[in-house]
Each structure stands twice: as C-alpha cells, then as structure tokens.
Design a protein around this ligand. Structure first.
Ligand SMILES: *Cc1c(COP(=O)(O)O)cnc(C)c1O
Length: 386
C-alpha cells in the first residue's frame, strides 16, 4: 500500500486532498515523493509564515526542544511569558490566553465576551453577533459563530446565542443591538474562507464605534489575517480601530499549533482562576517558534509584504481570464473566468500550489517569498487563467 492509499483507508475522510504527497522543502519551494518541485503559494493555509524548514525558525524550535518540550500550565516557562509580553507590546493589548488552534482562540474570545457582558449587563446578555459569510472554526460553538448555513446543517443543535448580520449592514447591526442584548461582536477584517473579501473601512469603523458606545466587546478574528499577512502585524491595524479582543493562530508559530486570544483594557481581568484552560496551550516549543516569527515581522518585512501585494495586484488586475482581484497584503483572491478548481489544478501541473476560497483562487504565500519565485508563480497563474 502506498502512502496515498494508506491515508485513504485509515484517515477519516474529512479532507479532499490534492493527489500530491509532500515530503520535504525549503522556504517557498516544496518537493513531492518523486522529487518534483513546486512553488508554494498556500503556506499550509497561511501557517508557514517563513516557508518550510526555514533555518531561523528551525533553530528556535530545536533549541527549545533541547531544553524542555512541555511542562503544562502548572509551572512558569520563559517562552510563554516572553511571547505574551511581545504580543501585548506590539498591539497595546493587556493579557494573552494561549491555546492550540484558531477555533480555540475564538472559543476563548467568546467566553471572555460572554462573561464580561453577563457581569456588566445581566445573564440575558449573551448573544454574540457575527457576519454572514464568515468563518470562525469547526467546534460546535465556532460553527454557530460561522455565518454560513451549509456548515451548520448536519450538526444541530449548535451552541445557542448567535446572530448574523450581512457584512456592510451597519443599520441592521444597530437594529439588532436595539432588540437583543448583545454580548459581543466578532468580525474578520478580511473574510478568508468566505472568498477573500475585505470589509469596508466605513463598516469596520462603524462597528467599532457602535461597540464602544454600547459597551459591547469587539472581537476581531485574526486567525488567517494576523501575523503580518495583510502587510500590518494584524489586519485591524489597516482600519485604525482598537479591538477589545483579538484571536489569532495559523501563522503565529510558523507551522506549529498555537492559538492566542489577546485581551484588551476592557476585558483584561474577566478570565480568572479556573475560568478557562488548556493542557497544551502556551507550550514552550510553540511559543519559542512564535517568538522567532513575531520578532521577524518588523517594519521592513511588513513593507515588503505590501510591495509584493502591490506587484500581484498589478500583474493580475485586468489580466486575461481574471475578472477581479481582492484582498489585502499577501492574502489575495482571484475571481477567474474558468472555475477556480480548474485553475488550481492547472497551476499544480505546472509546479505552483494555490488554494481556493469559495469561487476564488486564493493565494497565501510565505511572507518572505523571494521576488523571483513570486514572479515565476504569477506567470504560471496568468497562463492557467487564460
Ligand atoms: C482557519 C480559521 C479558523 C479556524 O482555525 P483552526 O486552527 O482550523 O481551528 C478560524 N477563523 C478563521 C478566520 C480562520 O481562517
């Protein structure tokens, strides 16, 4: 039995995998079992921030593995404390809860918002408002938060207490907040799984103003958009707002599982002893990896992300077979004339790995992808779209 057959027989059938086994790589180039090389524009879905087997990242991880790989949250460890301090100093947030995934980071955000609002406004204030076409994770609570019906159907009943309004519908949000006690508002500044759709600046600022006015914790899901992806450390920074809670994961530790929920002024002391926990959360190896990733996301790197973004917008806008280009930074969606899946398959054939999101081709290259590789990949995509 080869690996693909073994996987199909023994791994739960929840993923439609590409017919490709990746065995190794370096940076933005990965290699399959036959030695064929691919330029990777997916980064494990915005996870490998500095590509595969990056040397600096490897050094940070192996150094920590040689010291202690896990101690539980019953003891202090240095990487966890230093990472929390760095996240706070880079965002103005006050405290961090560590978990292992995006869904868990959102679970913590929702728990913090619910507890804050119940204490301030009463037990009936529990409704969390999210946006239609959003994606917040696969647990029963984050599925309830996810504003896409088709994810919900098979798993009823989901966690109650969620309502959804259309992105851009500030009046609808206001009406809802007038009728139902709202415990929290959760948004993605760029809807990733929803098709790489950025929210408008007016809407995001309006939501932030409403949340402030009504003392509703504003949560921004930065699981996909965070950690440099949009050319700012966090996507909300493109919008000039300050959320009360930020959840992040994916690219944070550059390829190891780590989620973080950042708590701002308003909610910093909401979670106390025993209110929440995680066995693996704050694991020293994952935190050492994240420290090395975050330290490299400096002004120069963010500027280069914005430059590469401008390059991609430039080459794709108006290109034959491409109807529109969306996104911010190195989170880009292409509405193609051909079905997105066909374009992705054609690119793979020609040595470039892309993703889809809804009906778009989605690009999430490593933040440090070398310009020549990006140019080569962009040419392959343009050919595949024609
Ligand atoms: C991927 C994603 C999640 C879920 O993250 P997991 O690590 O798969 O649990 C949540 N929110 C957004 C915006 C995401 O893109």
């Amino acid at each position: 039995m080869n690996i693909k057959e073994m996987d199909r027989q023994y791994v739960a059938g929840t993923y439609r995998r590409f017919p490709l086994e990746i065995v190794s790589g370096k940076g933005s180039v990965v290699r399959d079992e036959e030695g064929k090389e691919y330029i990777d524009l997916g980064s494990g879905i915005a996870v490998t921030s500095f590509g595969v087997a990056d040397e600096e990242w490897q050094r940070a991880v192996t150094e920590q593995i040689g010291k202690v790989q896990h101690m539980s949250n019953l003891y202090y460890t240095e990487p966890c404390a230093r990472l929390a301090e760095l996240l706070c100093s880079r965002t103005g947030m006050k405290k961090v809860f560590f978990s292992n995934s995006g869904a868990e980071a959102n679970e913590c955000a929702i728990k913090a918002a619910r507890k804050y609002s119940a204490e301030r406004h009463g037990a009936e204030c529990y409704t969390i408002v999210t946006l239609k076409n959003s994606f917040h994770g696969r647990t029963l609570t984050t599925l309830a938060a996810t504003g896409q019906e088709h994810y919900h159907e098979l798993f009823q009943p989901l966690t109650p207490g969620f309502a959804h309004v259309a992105a851009g519908d500030l009046a609808g949000l206001r009406t809802l907040a007038d009728t139902v006690p709202v415990a929290g508002i959760l948004i993605e500044c760029v809807q990733g799984e929803g098709g790489v759709v950025p929210l408008s600046e007016d809407f995001v600022r309006g939501v932030a103003a409403l949340a402030r006015e009504r003392d509703i914790p504003l949560m921004v899901d930065e699981v996909q958009t965070g950690n440099g992806r949009t050319g700012q450390l966090y996507a909300y920074m493109n919008y000039g707002i300050q959320p009360d809670i930020v959840s992040t994961a994916k690219g944070l530790a550059g390829g190891l599982p780590l989620g973080a929920t950042l708590l701002g002024d308003k909610v910093q002391n909401v979670l106390g002893y025993g209110d929440h926990g995680s066995t693996f959360g704050g694991n020293p190896v994952c935190c050492a990896a994240a420290l090395s990733v975050l330290r490299r996301i400096d002004d120069a790197l963010l500027a280069s992300v914005r430059e590469k973004s401008a390059y991609l917008f430039n080459v794709f806008t108006g290109a034959e077979g491409i109807e529109s280009v969306s996104g911010i930074g190195l989170m880009i969606g292409l509405k193609t004339v051909k079905p997105a899946g066909d374009v992705v398959a054609a690119c793979m054939q020609r040595g470039v790995l892309c993703l889809t999101a809804k009906d778009k081709v989605r690009l999430l290259p490593a933040l440090n992808i070398p310009m020549p590789l990006l140019e080569k990949a962009a040419e392959v995509i343009r050919e595949a779209c024609r």
